[in-house]
Design a protein around this ligand. Structure first.
Ligand code: SAH
Length: 222
């Protein structure tokens, strides 16, 4: 028994440093350039955000199940989206839609953003709250609700990041962007792409980026 426990401790020791460093090197090779993003992915212990049974795979570049039919995005997707969201600017005030296990939330908090995050499944929001507490990144405001409507009471946002795929762009979200603000989200159904939406003095600009695969944005909350 003692041996087994010792083994587990050793495993976690390994998970917490060298494995994370390797993950960051892979992200760099895949083209992630923002050192603030790379530092946050290195520092936030991703294994705390997945089931213990999956902890040894936490630093592989894969998405993993987090319960309730939902998934935590792969590290490269989290890094890419965060890099696009901030594009070299100070993080400012950010709205996340789809808290899930709270990993993306933790990255945003670690980077110094003022974070509001909305999740429609109450049980997942509780889990995210626990995970963030364990990771000692508790500054985000977590809200149980339907992200289709954004969070008008806290708007405008410098950035909005959505981690579930909408079929069409929810109008409420562009309305809640500050001028100069950026919205990054997956759009589509069977076929999905990341979209970058920017609010400029001239109006809204939309750009279609990489093909992606996210769980769907669903209506209502439960
Ligand atoms: N960023 C998360 C990814 C979770 S998957 C993570 O790192 O774990 C997407 C999440 O979006 C799921 O938890 C799902 O329940 C949530 N979601 C789907 N539709 C939503 C909606 N309308 N409002 C808020 N959250 C929603």
């Amino acid at each position: 028994m003692a041996g087994q426990l010792g083994g587990v401790t050793q495993n976690y020791g390994m998970l917490s440093d060298r494995t994370r460093m390797r993950m960051v090197e892979r992200l760099r090779q895949a083209g992630v350039r923002d050192e603030r993003v790379l530092a946050a992915l290195y520092e936030v212990p991703r294994h705390l955000f997945v089931d213990q049974a999956l902890a040894t795979r936490a630093y592989d570049d894969v998405s993993l199940p987090i319960g309730h039919g939902q998934t935590i995005s792969q590290p490269l997707t989290v890094a890419r989206m965060t890099e696009l969201l901030f594009s070299g600017r100070p993080p400012g005030k950010v709205l996340e839609i789809g808290t899930g296990c709270g990993y993306q939330t933790a990255i945003l908090v670690r980077m110094g953003a003022q974070v509001f995050s909305i999740e429609r499944i109450a049980a997942l929001l509780d889990k995210a709250r626990q995970n963030l507490r364990q990771a000692k990144l508790v500054q985000a405001r977590l809200v149980h609700g339907d992200g289709h409507f954004g969070l008008p009471e806290a708007a405008p946002f410098d950035g909005i990041i959505m981690t579930a795929a909408a079929k069409t762009l929810p109008e409420a979200l562009t309305a809640q962007l500050a001028e100069g603000g950026r919205l990054i989200m997956p759009l589509g159904d069977e076929e999905q792409h990341l979209w970058l939406v920017e609010k400029t003095a001239q109006g809204i600009q939309k750009n279609r980026l990489d093909p992606v695969k996210f769980v769907p944005l669903l209506p209502g909350r439960n």
